[in-house]
Ligand binder design. Structure first.
Ligand SMILES: O=c1ccn([C@@H]2O[C@H](COP(=O)(O)OP(=O)(O)O[C@H]3O[C@H](CO)[C@@H](O)[C@H](O)[C@H]3O)[C@@H](O)[C@H]2O)c(=O)[nH]1
Ligand SMILES: [Mn+2]
Length: 399
């Protein structure tokens, strides 16, 4: 059954966030998608990315604050620093839908979440940092120009206490935490990948029912590097990930590799080459670099791939030769499937994951020792078998 007047909506204001939007869109498509998929973009998004987005999303809608209706334009001029915030609020203008679920571009859907459409405006999950506030990475809303106008007015009059949409939305929907428990989405609909481990017993108890993972914070999945041959996610600079996060990072990259990269291939036939033993990275990519998000194809300083490192090079059509994108067709049939109904109550993700990646197996560790090491963050998921093990475990877990 498909419902054409309801939609999942995301936002990408540049080509980097488009990578996240594409993975999110494909993750939604893997789970019996019954609603429309919409992505809001801004003029900075390159034409190639628009083509690719249109393969995944039913609607790619450009939002240009400058050209918007007078009341938006004025609001924007008065408070230019709220620009990005006002962009997210633009989802309320999608009045050809009766109800929508907004998902940040840094979220990943793990199972069908149609039940979110049973909730009313404004439903969201608690923010892990301040649970009396909601996190604005996943929310149910009802498009309305009237609400949109009120939100903008609110932004003008009160600003945003965090300078962004989450503060603004929390002060606008200020009775969220007390008025109606049905508007509190369970945390499993917005599981913050980097904070979930702060309450590990709860994660062990409930983590396997996670439905939406949110890579909240400054380090996004695309800030890591990825080795498509071994399937390892490599940490970048100061980036470090918890063990649970590592599993979801692998999922993100698996979807990116299997379901997003092939779209580049068909959009830009002939520019992709297999390059064994290399590593994929997005942040090093010239045209995908945050420094050159305007899509002019200008490589950023660190875009020259060093030996042995593969970057998803110049997907925006810069003059740089493509440097070893993996052969997408080789990957296409290796999709990691997340079948519905995979969540068996007695499977403990934490335990499964703790057995996945064992640091230098110099001596046999007892399960408790392994668990402790793992909980202390001493894991080696970069080891050559790590991904194979994770995949195996995930497959078993997801049966
Ligand atoms: O340059 C940018 C930055 C953000 N976004 C979009 O805006 C969303 C929010 O930004 P994000 O980087 O995901 O913020 P978070 O790390 O998730 O931080 C928190 O704080 C943000 C600002 O209040 C809220 O929007 C988030 O929902 C909340 O989780 C992204 O997912 C994208 O959809 C862009 O398109 N381009
Ligand atoms: Mn986010």
């Amino acid at each position: 059954m498909s419902v054409t007047d309801q939609a999942f909506v995301t936002l990408a204001t540049n080509d980097i966030y488009c990578q996240g939007a594409l993975v999110l869109g494909q993750s939604l498509r893997r789970h019996r998608l019954t609603r429309k998929l919409v992505v809001l973009i801004t003029p900075q998004v390159s034409s190639l990315l628009r083509v690719i987005l249109s393969k995944v999303f039913d609607e790619v809608i450009e939002v240009n604050l400058i050209d918007s209706a007078d009341y938006i334009h004025l609001a924007f001029l008065k408070r230019p620093e709220l620009g990005l915030t006002l962009t997210k609020l633009h989802c309320w203008t999608l009045t050809h839908y009766s109800k929508c679920v907004f998902l940040d571009a840094d979220t990943l859907v793990l199972s069908n979440v149609d039940e979110l459409f049973d909730r009313g405006e404004f439903s969201a999950a608690p923010d892990p940092g301040w649970p009396d506030c909601f996190n604005s990475g996943v929310f149910v809303f009802q498009p309305s120009l009237h609400t949109h106008k009120l939100l903008l007015q609110h932004a003008m009059e009160h600003g945003s206490f965090d300078g962004a949409d989450q503060g603004l939305l929390n002060s606008f929907f200020r009775n969220w935490s007390t008025a109606d428990i049905h508007k509190h989405l369970p945390f499993i609909y917005n599981l913050s990948s980097n904070t979930m481990y702060t309450y590990s017993p709860a994660f062990k108890q409930f983590g396997s029912s996670a439905k939406v993972v949110h890579f909240l914070g400054s380090t996004k999945p695309w800030n890591y590097k990825y080795n498509p041959q071994s399937g390892s996610v490599l940490e970048q600079g100061s980036a470090s990930s918890s063990q649970h996060q590592a599993v979801f990072l692998h999922l993100w990259w698996t979807i990116y590799q299997n379901n997003v990269l092939p779209l580049y291939k068909s959009a830009q036939a002939g520019e992709a080459h297999a390059s064994p033993g290399h590593t994929l990275c997005l942040s090093d990519v010239g045209a995908l670099c945050t420094d050159s998000v305007s899509g002019v194809g200008e490589p950023c300083a660190n875009s020259a791939p060093s030996a042995g490192v593969l970057c998803a090079n110049s997907p925006l059509g810069s003059n740089q030769p493509a440097q070893g994108l993996p052969e997408p067709t080789q990957m296409a049939d290796e999709t990691l499937s997340l079948p519905e109904g995979r969540r068996s109550e007695d499977v403990d993700l934490a335990v499964s994951v703790s057995q996945i990646s064992i640091e230098e197996k110099v001596k046999e560790l007892s399960p408790e020792e392994e668990r402790r090491k793992w909980e202390e963050g001493r894991i080696d998921y970069m080891g050559k078998d790590a991904f194979a093990r994770i995949q195996e475990k995930l497959d078993r877990f997801l049966q």
